[in-house]
Design a protein around this ligand. Structure first.
Ligand code: FEO
Length: 400
């Protein structure tokens, strides 16, 4: 996409990745992702973050449009995950005199990932670096996303480089800034990124927001996705809301079904919720990637899970979702549960144990033997209705 000027003397030199199928080897990228890197040019120069290793040449070509890469003075490593640090070995060879700046916690990773131990300086929390005409300040924000993470702030242009924080999936389609797009079109992929990648670190996200809120910020320039210059407060507000586990007053129905018994009940749950006035989304766990299920669970306060009993346990796609929601530590949901069994039940009781351990409120649970009877279907409809009534017009979300 070439180089873009973010502010005078500050340039986006990142890349779009439209070829990686799975982010972190797990999460699909149907719309790609960007690795944003930035050049800050004062009397001295600094590269903020890098890119995934296969894109290193493209990064170098972009840097070369602004300055000879071998003349770089500093390489700021906000975060060591290789989607940003993978270009370090090539940068080191091209610019051997550039000083690498990172937190102390990143130093062992630099050695173990890339064998880099020389020319590295650990920066302390709040430390400043005067580049001459530009001033960098470093703020440690551990666990957003890894323990070694920091954000860098350029004080003269008031640009915050928070790396993973405030980022999102989706490559940049010829644009860079929030004022060049309909932001609403990007928000689903931003939330899928947040809930799948950063969500389990929601408390550190809130701590980071609190720590950085005193800064005067004109631009938020994360290392994935849009750069926020029209309304930086919008992405901060989205992240804060998601990290507080606040959610819309709607109902997500996620079900798995082997032979259609549980699926039939799912339709009644949805009907009941809709009749009670809730926006409803229904997803088949067996046919929807779990990253989307996690995002949709994050989005609405009501969450009704349907799973037949399988191997005397919860139907595997729904159990997999539950396991990941436990790992992501999703809180504050109003739950309903339902499911069929063939000869012996268990799924609904086991789901109840799991979601109660998450602290969710369980409104009701409906188990039925085989094809749901008209009475079972009425109970399923009442379940959807009860969850919807609990979330529509209620207090959004709960604290962590
Ligand atoms: Fe974008 Fe945690 O790396």
């Amino acid at each position: 996409m070439g180089v873009r000027e973010v502010r005078p003397g500050i340039f986006w030199v990142g890349v779009n990745d439209r070829t990686t199928d799975l982010f972190e080897g797990v999460w699909p990228l149907p719309h790609g992702v960007s690795y944003n890197a930035y050049l800050v040019v004062g009397d001295k120069t600094a590269l903020i973050d890098g890119v995934k290793a296969p894109f290193s040449d493209e990064l170098l070509r972009n840097i070369a449009q602004v300055l000879p890469p071998e003349e770089l003075d500093y390489i700021v490593v906000n975060h060591m995950e290789p989607d940003h640090s993978g270009s370090l070995p090539l940068l080191r060879r091209v610019a051997p005199d550039a000083t690498v700046l990172a937190t102390a916690a990143a130093l062992p990773m630099l050695v173990r990932f890339y064998g880099i131990s020389e020319g590295v300086v650990a920066v302390s929390d709040g430390e400043s670096l005067d580049l001459g005409g530009k001033v960098l300040r470093f703020y440690h924000i551990p666990f957003v996303h890894w323990p070694e993470t920091m954000a860098t702030y350029e004080a003269t242009e008031k640009v915050l480089f928070p790396c993973d924080a405030f980022g999102g999936f989706r490559a940049l389609d010829g644009v860079l800034f929030d004022d060049e797009v309909d932001v609403a079109e990007y928000e689903d992929e931003i939330l899928r990124y947040f809930s799948n990648i950063v969500g389990m670190h929601s408390k550190p996200v809130l701590r980071a927001i609190e720590k950085l809120q005193g800064l005067e910020i004109a631009v938020i320039a994360p290392s994935h996705g849009l750069v926020w210059r029209r309304d930086p407060g919008h992405i901060v507000e989205l992240y804060a809301r998601w990290a507080r586990m606040e959610a819309a007053p709607g109902v997500t129905v996620i079900f798995g079904s082997m032979y259609g018994f549980t699926a039939r009940a799912a339709e009644e749950v949805a009907r009941g919720a809709a009749e009670a006035g809730a926006p409803v989304r229904v997803l088949d766990a067996g046919r929807t990637h779990v990253s989307v299920l996690i995002r949709e669970a994050w989005k609405r306060r009501g969450l009704v899970l349907g799973a037949p009993t399988y191997d005397a346990e919860i139907f595997p796609p729904v159990e997999h979702l539950l396991r990941l929601l436990e790992r992501k530590r999703l809180r504050g949901r109003v739950a309903g549960l339902f499911g069929a069994y063939g000869w012996r039940g268990g799924s609904v009781d086991k789901m109840r144990e799991r979601v109660e351990a998450l602290g969710w409120e369980v409104v009701d649970a409906v188990a039925f033997h085989g094809m749901p009877t008209s009475d079972d279907l009425a109970r399923a409809r009442a379940l959807g209705e009860a969850v919807a009534r609990r979330v529509v017009g209620g207090t959004p979300g709960q604290g962590l």
